[in-house]
Design a binder for this molecule. Structure first.
Ligand code: MG
Length: 166
């Protein structure tokens, strides 16, 4: 059963607004607006977190960190991802790779890509070569295309490391 694999998908979107700085993948990204959220608004880490939870059928980020719970007000999304990665590890799974697509009209992610890749890799405890990161625009279509927010899709692959509960 060493080759048992699980795939998970995560998606998230946050609207621009509020007074928080823009964080993507745990990295501060210079922009005139941050993202509105109960947490620190790191839409990228939320998508990766949901991908891990999806792969292991452990629910979703809102069940683990409800956005109406005052104790999670402004929470560091890196903390959320570390917590979920530990749950997944405890359940007997290791991350093989992750692939992330960020959709936004602005800011341009190019100057930050390597740093974001390294940051995600560190949180997932894998080499940065196991983290794909693509930045796209929405070609001015829809709310993201009108520069109203940032949308992220993430896929992770897990491999069974040892027998666990899930
Ligand atoms: Mg979110």
């Amino acid at each position: 059963m060493n080759d048992e694999l699980r795939i998970g998908h995560g998606w998230d979107v946050h609207a621009f607004g509020g007074d928080r700085p823009l964080l993507l993948g745990g990295v501060p990204v210079k922009h005139d607006r941050g993202l509105r959220a109960h947490s620190d608004g790191d839409v990228l880490l939320h998508a990766v977190t949901d991908a891990l939870l999806g792969a292991t059928a452990l629910g979703d980020i809102g069940e683990h960190f409800p956005d109406d719970d005052p104790q999670f007000e402004g929470i560091d999304s890196g903390e959320i991802l570390r917590h979920v990665r530990a749950l997944v590890g405890d359940a007997g799974w290791r991350v093989v790779n992750a692939d992330v697509t960020v959709i936004a009209e602005a800011p341009r992610l190019h100057p930050h890509k390597e740093e974001i890749q390294r940051s995600i890799a560190e949180l997932l405890r894998v080499e940065p070569t196991r983290v794909g990161l693509k930045a796209k625009t929405a070609e001015r279509l829809g709310p993201v295309g009108r520069h109203e927010g940032v949308e992220v899709h993430a896929v992770v692959l897990l491999a069974r490391e040892r027998v666990g509960a899930t």
